[in-house]
Design a protein around this ligand. Structure first.
Ligand code: CS2
Length: 467
């Protein structure tokens, strides 16, 4: 028997399930990018608001391309279990905020209509770094045009992806996609809609069969959509809403509403996500499956601690970085998460630009060492070979996979030319790093060490030299 509205009363009473009416109201939120993250993060915040009696936070969840998850969620009436695990213990919860589901590619009109629905107040977006395309902007513009024509109120449109100044980037994308015919909509959007920047944080790995089996055991019901996450979560959002009263509501559910999202975004992208990318690439090349395996390896753990303390922290506006760093190291080690290194290495070409270059440039400006980042960049080049140090092949899952592999393929015979070719790419490193002599020299050095002695030996050498 499967989890659904009809069976939810069978869930053991120790597990929290929604008791509010999930069908009598129209959704107030359209979420674009219905993946694991949203379901274990924002959907749980909205679940709290619904449980408190404010029925405006039901979600119309939109998968951008793939129908499988949407179909599975529909079969369960939008219900799924979340395992929340930390050193303090393990707890399951079934959030109830997901009320409708669609796929943007096959039901585009339904999504446009949802954006234009009178009940809709928010659009939240997690489409990943590579999802910020004119297609996304067009989808929003078409929905917003209908709202304007219908004389409806504006929306809060919140980008929640791991991009610096994500709200500004989204707003710029929408304006850039507008044609001469859209002039009136763009004007209306500027006057009535809000694009707050926001930083969202919770580690939510793609579900594994272990999680599905654990959900079955805990619920006594099958749940093909179950997820596993950590107890920690954070959502920091700029105080810029179409309806200013939302600030207090979100705060009541534990969201931090502030005028200064920037310092949180910056710390998260460079400390958490920057370390994640470094560990993911190291793990992929050394055949370590999960982030917990990486951080639990003493020399990788020390490398990550020093990367954050010595090369990232000096350039952060967030002063409590030492506590943040220590909390991150504990979070990375969470044994329940089984966060696959290959999942995080996915789309590295889209992630590295936000995560590493700002710290490298910060170090250069102070005449300080950027050895840890240089080694990470060298591991990235080694990763493009598509085969780990045990000889096992893996796929590069990246929009730039082809061009990266074309650069990396000759690295054993022409290592220096390959380093130069990789470091020349402005799409990865920005304008200032390509051609930088000392940066190129240090990446070349670590790349040689990696090819000759392996990633682990290179890391150990770095730690000894910079003790
Ligand atoms: C990860 C993030 O896959 C990745 O690139 O670094 O998904 C990370 O787990 C989240 O940003 C944590 O909030």
């Amino acid at each position: 028997m499967q989890l659904s509205t009809a069976t939810r009363h069978r869930v053991p009473s120790t597990i929290h399930v929604p008791t509010y009416d999930r069908t009598g109201h129209a959704p107030g939120v359209v979420h674009l990018g219905l993946g694991a993250f949203h379901r274990a993060h924002q959907a749980m915040v909205f679940d709290q608001l619904l449980a408190g009696g404010d029925m405006r936070w039901g979600i119309h969840g939109v998968g951008m391309t793939r129908p499988d998850l949407v179909n599975q969620l529909r079969a369960q009436d939008g219900l799924y279990a979340v395992r929340i695990a930390s050193a303090q213990g393990v707890q399951w919860r079934v959030p109830g905020a997901l009320w409708r589901m669609d796929v943007a590619t096959t039901a585009r009109d339904a999504v446009v209509q949802a954006i234009a629905a009178p009940s809709t107040r928010w659009v939240t977006i997690t489409v990943t770094e590579k999802g910020y395309t004119p297609t996304l902007a067009r989808l929003l513009l078409d929905g917003l045009r209908l709202r304007q024509q219908g004389g409806l109120p504006g929306l809060t449109i919140a980008s929640c992806d791991n991009l610096q100044s994500n709200g500004h980037q989204l707003q710029a994308l929408v304006s850039a996609a507008a044609t001469a015919n859209d002039a009136d909509v763009v004007h209306w959007v500027q006057a009535h809609c809000a694009f707050p920047c926001s930083m969202v944080d919770r580690i939510v790995p793609a579900a594994t069969p272990e999680v599905t089996a654990a959900a079955h055991a805990a619920l006594g019901l099958q749940d093909t959509c179950a997820l596993s996450t950590e107890a920690f979560w954070e959502w920091v959002i700029e105080d810029r809403f179409a309806d200013p009263a939302d600030a207090a509501l979100l705060q009541s559910a534990g969201v931090r509403v502030t005028g200064d999202v920037h310092s949180y975004e910056e710390a998260k992208l460079r400390m958490l996500n920057g370390s994640h990318s470094a560990m993911a690439l190291m793990g992929a090349v050394t055949a370590r499956a999960c982030i917990a395996d990486c951080i639990g390896t003493p020399h990788i753990g020390t490398f990550v601690e020093r990367l954050m303390s010595r090369e990232v922290a000096p350039h952060l506006a967030r002063h409590d970085w030492a506590d943040y760093r220590d909390a991150l190291i504990t979070r990375f080690g969470n044994p329940y998460l089984k966060h696959s290194v290959h999942q995080i290495a996915t789309d590295s070409s889209q992630k590295i630009p936000q995560r590493w270059p700002p710290s490298v440039l910060g170090q250069m400006a102070q005449g300080a060492s950027f050895e840890h980042h240089a080694l990470a960049a060298a591991v990235f080049l080694r990763y493009t070979l598509g085969v780990d140090e045990q000889g096992e092949a893996y796929a590069l899952n990246d929009p730039q996979a082809e061009s990266l592999m074309a650069i990396g393929v000759a690295q054993r015979t022409e290592p220096e030319a390959c380093v130069r070719a990789l470091l020349a790419r402005q799409d990865l490193w920005g304008n200032a790093l390509p051609g930088h002599a000392a940066w190129t020299a240090r990446v070349t050095h670590w790349h040689q060490q990696i090819l000759q002695h392996g990633v682990d030996a290179a890391i150990q050498q770095l730690l000894e030299q910079n003790a």
